[in-house]
Design a binder for this molecule. Sequence first.
Ligand code: GLU
Length: 276
Amino acid sequence: MTTKNNANRYVGRLAPSPTGLLHVGHAATFWAAHERAREYNGRLLLRNEDLDPQRSKVEFVEAMVEDLAWLGIEWEPPMISQSERRELYRAAFERLLEAGFVYPCRCSRKDLARMMHAPHEDVDDELVYDGRCRPAGEALSRSLVPEMNYRFRVSDGEVVRFVDGDVGAQNFTARVDFGDFLVWRKDGLPSYQLACVVDDAAMGITEVVRGTDLLKSTARQILLQRALGLGGVEYFHTRLMVDEHGVRLAKRHDALAIRTLREHGLSREDVLAMAG
Ligand code: GLU
């Protein structure tokens, strides 16, 4: 448990994906992360989540560093880039495979799209996989099939509980709120869930501050932490900003990119007030 008296013990992180410009929603989350780290007299690290070579752009990395500085959100260098840490993720994947937690999945994108029927499905989230490639027996094969997606087999009905520092007690049920989830992609990249868990542990993160859109991801990440024997992390999920129509700001970065607002003459204080 992180305590305020335990100076230097708190380690937080900012984890933007350089797939677009930072917007006001990011400013809100990152400002909260900055404030939490300050409150605990802790450290705040920056992790550049640039795993996906198709979607990540160097100009967005530069822009995010600049926007953070403009907002007055200080972080401790060096910036850590996920694209440089692939061996770490691969080693974790192999541990999961050897310990029998994962299985290969042959479903194509089309198969998966067809499964996307559940009306309650959050479109940003991974669908609840119906388990069609899940092996029938208890034991999972531990041998590697190359160029294959791999999924983590959840225990159906298991309830993952955690107490969030902001939104309180949470519980999510395996196979209801999330299904067997992707840990490794056939193109040789880890999934977001796996990379995040590996990095949070390797970076010594004590508290993850992020938006409530990632609550179900947290449940999956807790299962991965347990499977990999990694220490737990505390969580603080900030409420998401919505516009006057209830649309999440993350969907509208066009008008609300921090630099657009800045170009329109808004000050740092104005942007933080919008974010706050
Ligand atoms: N890169 C993720 C995002 O921008 C952040 C995930 C996290 O905080 O774990 O949504």
